[in-house]
Unconditional design. Structure first.
Length: 187
């Protein structure tokens, strides 16, 4: 009878270990899914920028520096696509700042503000920024859940045995960049 009780307890512990392992795998996959969502939206934004720049070039002949800054920031953001969340965040912060300056300069060009192409690109960019924010929230939530599981007892025992580790959050560093820029061309 004592042997059966010991076997039942060992079986329960083994099943609980399997449950913890599967939970860690699920959380890791949710984090990967979240990162994929961010990646898709960042790529979408990077793909919109050349068209946006092309639509403003004819109007902004005296704003070459702003256009070059956006182009340079976009190249850097695309260049770190396989980087860590911190590297991606830094590059994306620079790109967001450059786009904000471009939109601010665009305010002084009435013909540009009336251009249907520019208005459509501006709307698409704003929609993409909103999607990036949603994707970031999902990823950071999944990362938080994984990090809690990796550090909590008893799942920390399984996590350390099977090389599960904490993941970085995808954060915006500057408080001024935390807000999605709202650009309105209406008077």
């Amino acid at each position: 009878m004592g042997t059966i009780a010991i076997l039942v307890v060992l079986a329960a512990i083994a099943l609980y270990g399997v449950y913890l392992y599967n939970n860690l795998v699920r959380l890791r996959q949710m984090t990967a899914e979240g990162w994929s969502g961010i990646d898709v939206q960042l790529k979408r934004r990077a793909d919109l920028i050349p068209n946006l720049l092309e639509s403003v070039k004819g109007y902004m002949t005296h704003e070459r520096e702003v256009l070059e800054e956006v182009t340079r920031a976009r190249s850097q953001a695309v260049g770190v696509q396989n980087g860590t969340p911190a590297q991606r965040a830094a590059a994306e912060n620079a790109l967001s700042g450059a786009l904000g300056r471009l939109m601010a300069v665009a305010e002084s060009y009435p013909d540009l503000k009336a251009s249907q192409n520019f208005v459509e690109f501006q709307r698409a960019l704003e929609e993409t920024e909103n999607e990036i924010a949603l994707s970031r929230r999902y990823y950071n939530g999944a990362a938080r859940n994984l990090n809690i599981a990796v550090e909590s007892f008893p799942s920390v025992l399984i996590a350390s045995q099977f090389n599960f580790s904490k993941v970085e959050y995808f954060e915006i560093e500057e408080a001024t960049d935390r807000a999605v820029p709202k650009v309105s061309f209406e008077k």
